[in-house]
Design a protein around this ligand. Structure first.
Ligand code: SF4
Length: 156
């Protein structure tokens, strides 16, 4: 308890204002450096993810969509959900070029759709996506992604 190696932090800064958030994040990063800690940091705030992470897992409805180094994920997102998420990050001086709006509603987690859980909102969905769950697959870049369109080369 007093000398951990691994800490799970679930939305640790989401209720804080931005200046306090920055202080807490800096404290966490200092502690990581000095004590050799590993964090599993759970958050909806992608700016925080980009700031603090070395490796990122993107989940939709409890399903792993993409797993990659932070540099690869933010530099070259693969999964359609990750791509849409990253275009939604507000940035100063950017008028959201290429912003991807997701259609439809998030399905209820107690009654998940068949096939890919994202198919109802994905512009690349086809018949296979509605029937078959995509498997997380490692690409040559080292990114792991669960998407039929990428596996089939329909989405590059
Ligand atoms: S598997 Fe199909 S529905 Fe799911 S993200 Fe890929 S293209 Fe879209």
């Amino acid at each position: 308890m007093v000398d951990p190696e691994f800490i799970v932090a679930d939305e640790p800064v989401s209720a804080l204002d931005v200046s306090i958030q920055a202080q807490i994040l800096n404290l966490l990063m200092d502690a990581r450096e000095k004590r050799g800690l590993t964090y599993m940091f759970i958050t909806h705030d992608l700016s925080v993810v980009e700031h603090i992470s070395t490796r990122v897992a993107v989940m939709y409805l409890g399903t792993l969509c993409e797993l990659a180094s932070a540099a690869d994920l933010f530099g070259s997102p693969q999964h359609p959900y990750t791509r849409a998420l990253l275009t939604a990050i507000p940035k100063l001086g950017r008028d959201k070029p290429g912003h991807i709006s997701l259609k439809g509603e998030v399905p209820t987690p107690v009654n998940l759709p068949e096939g890919c859980v994202f198919h109802g909102r994905c512009i690349h969905a086809d018949k296979r996506c509605k029937q078959e769950i995509p498997i997380l697959t490692r690409l040559a870049t080292g990114t792991n992604v669960a998407c039929h369109a990428i596996e089939e080369g329909r989405l590059k």
